[in-house]
Design a protein around this ligand. Sequence first.
Ligand SMILES: [Zn+2]
Ligand SMILES: [Zn+2]
Length: 365
Amino acid sequence: MIRSWIKTGAAAVLSRTGMDRVVGSLSGSRGVPIVIGYHRVVEDFAANAATSIPSMLVSRQMLERHLDWIGRRFRFVSLDELSACLDGRNRSRDRIAAITFDDGYRDFYDHALPLLKRKGIPAAVFVVTGLVNTTTVQIHDKLYLLLVRRFASRNWKPADLALMLRRFGILLPNLAAKTPFQATRALLEALPQSSLQRVVSALESQESISEDTFKPFHSLTWEMADKIHRAGITIGSHTRTHVLMTNETEQRVMEEAAGSREEIEKHLGIGVRHFAYPSGQYNRSTVNAVAKAGYQFGYTVCRHRDGRHPWLTVPRTLLWENSCLDFGGAFSGQILDCQVHGAFNVVNRCRQHHRASQEWGNGQR
Ligand SMILES: [Zn+2]
Ligand SMILES: [Zn+2]
């Protein structure tokens, strides 16, 4: 609550005085275009937040409010137009913004696409190619839902998670997760996908979740992806299986980056230039792999840049249902203003270690 008051008050002062852009530039966003990222788009936020990580959700209604606000201040551009501005081919002086959606959930097709078409807004969808045309659920969604159930069960203690991991030989000494979200994040950040799969299987053996519960988490079909592409939306890659690339072997990272690009090209017959790092996690070797796989533009979720590959580390601001609410729970354009200019990055520090190097400017890690 106190945090919300401070956020609202700070946003009002910063936005009214234009200081949001100054603070944004201090946090490393100077000269960086506005790229916004969303995940799932739903009809009813509250209903879906019972089973999904809330910060991955935005209601169609709230998305429209965000887009209307951004659209009054920026010209929406496709990622291809944005990239032309980035590499100097297009010298337009307009203030531009690009809208992106990660993970390729089916609800993009149901809820976001009609809205974007009606408003004539270009956008991009980053698909997880191994999940397209399947009913397989993203591992983070499954893990979170299983942990929600475990944490809610009467005989569960937070320390039980560490005990279960120890049985697999997985030691996470600093695992002090008090909530299912904290536990999900800690596991995702620490473990390769093969270990996550073992944790999920162990949790599933104790708790069965019906297929119906997982339906809202399904991905697009290739037919839908084709229609989305034909509607003028850019299709980019988000790997084959949504591995957090910094936790995997070099070989796996390369297969994920190159394989997903090939699959999109094969199914849709289009070139793929844009890549989004799952959970925004990257380091020098993942950037190298993305470059080697032939991508020209990569999108992260923090303001750090790789000096060797600045266009493969383009920062984005992730927004969701509650990211732009004031202390009274109402939508605040001033908070959105601060969010898009990265003004809150001064306090919301990046948790990643991109590996120290002199090539990384702006105090980056
Ligand atoms: Zn993702
Ligand atoms: Zn970072």
